[in-house]
Design a protein around this ligand. Structure first.
Ligand code: HCA
Ligand code: CU
Length: 384
């Protein structure tokens, strides 16, 4: 698996706008778009200009920024939506239509044959109007659609020869990596266009599913900052980056400006009124915190012993916690050295025992540890 032909479709300004707490002002959208562009994502997906008058103005505003990222907008499969989207001069259209029985019955009421007819009409119309636009066709709720239906739709659209990319969507977060892999591989085998995966996180597989899609030959993955989106959201940008870093650190470091991730996650969290979760990939408060004595000893000697991600690659620092009952004397010696305190190994070991005893009785902080170490030096000095 190689990351050569891989691109992120960053949908914070579309799927992310569907997050419960998101009410982005034009200024906030500009800040998010610029920050994502600086981070280096290849494409930005924006809410449809048909959603509201302000949405349309915002699409035009973002297009006008002339960012490096390609600007896409997400529309329903109708000529009217397409016409309005084309008028904003976006670089690409992401067209979607539901194919699962649930959506066919309760959303648009069309049969598979009718879906194929509408898609053919709308996609050919777009291609006629905009010969160079990037055109994507996706089936909403792909993983609850009948497999034969789904392939019939994709193959019919493929024969039109007008789309650049097929989307697959795990709209309700039910797919497993094996299922994603199977569908993506099948599309790659039977059609000649790029394949995108969009995965919701209802059952916690969004990153694993995105990765499985890539392994099976997908070329594009949808993300949002912190994973925000409908319900509990989709594949998070930072989580996908963490996953891809494990695959090919050098390429990820060269492809994206990783040191911008922390500010990006925190900026969007603030805009949508949430905290960055403590256990968030890379940018959570404890992502690089080491605690147990056995870990801290090894980490202080060679960080890679207990770190698969080097925080410095993201402009961040590791933290070694030593003020607790699980502490070890190696880490305590390190602190004594930092403080310039001359203690022998035996003295450090005694001080460590004392810290552990104290920590069994009360919660300690660094100041307590420093104070104990300083006292130890003076007690030892007096004893001499
Ligand atoms: C939505 C639908 C979508 C579309 C994905 C796609 C989904 O919430 O409007 O266009 O590929 O999850 O199915 O986000
Ligand atoms: Cu979605």
């Amino acid at each position: 698996m190689s990351l050569e032909n891989f691109a992120i479709i960053e949908s914070t300004l579309r799927e992310g706008e569907q997050f419960a707490g998101a009410n982005f002002t034009p200024d906030q959208k500009v800040r998010i778009a610029r920050a994502l562009d600086e981070f280096g994502v290849e494409m930005l997906e924006l809410s449809s200009p048909c959603a509201s008058a302000q949405s349309e103005a915002d699409v035009r505003l973002i297009v006008g920024l002339k960012l490096s990222a390609t600007i896409l907008t997400h529309i329903r499969c109708t000529r009217d939506d397409a016409r309005r989207a084309l008028d904003t001069s976006v670089g690409g259209l992401d067209v979607v239509i539901g194919t699962s029985p649930a959506l066919r019955q309760h959303s648009h009421g069309k049969s598979i044959d009718q879906i194929i007819d509408v898609a053919s009409d709308v996609l050919c119309y777009i291609r006629e109007q905009a010969p160079n636009i990037i055109l994507r066709f996706s089936t909403e709720d792909s993983f609850r659609s009948d497999e034969a239906d789904l392939l019939r739709v994709y193959l019919a659209v493929s024969r039109l020869g007008v789309v650049n990319r097929f989307g697959t969507a795990d709209t309700v977060g039910i797919a497993t990596p094996a299922q994603v892999s199977q569908l993506v591989a099948q599309l790659r085998r039977t059609t000649h266009v790029d394949v995108e995966f969009h995965g919701h996180n209802d059952s916690g597989c969004a990153i694993a599913n995105a990765y499985a899609a890539l392994e099976a030959g997908a070329t594009h993955i949808d993300t949002t900052v912190l994973g925000i989106g409908e319900r509990n959201g989709i594949t998070p940008l930072g989580g996908l980056i963490a996953r891809l870093y494990m695959l090919d650190r050098t390429r990820i470091i060269n492809k994206y400006h990783l040191d911008k991730l922390y500010a990006l996650d925190h900026m969007v969290a603030e805009m949508v009124g949430v905290e960055v979760p403590f256990n968030n990939y890379i940018t959570g408060s404890t992502a690089f915190t080491h605690k147990a004595g056995i870990h801290t000893k090894a980490v202080l000697a060679a960080p890679e012993t207990y770190e698969s991600i080097n925080p410095a690659d993201f402009g961040l620092k590791r933290e070694v916690k030593i003020a607790h009952r699980l502490t070890g004397w190696n880490a305590i010696r390190g602190r004594a050295n930092e403080l310039g305190l001359a203690l022998t190994d035996d003295q450090v070991k005694e001080a460590t025992q004392h810290i552990k005893t104290m920590a069994d009785r009360q919660v300690l902080d660094m100041q307590d540890v420093d104070e104990i170490l300083r006292t130890w030096v003076s007690v030892e000095a007096k004893a001499d």
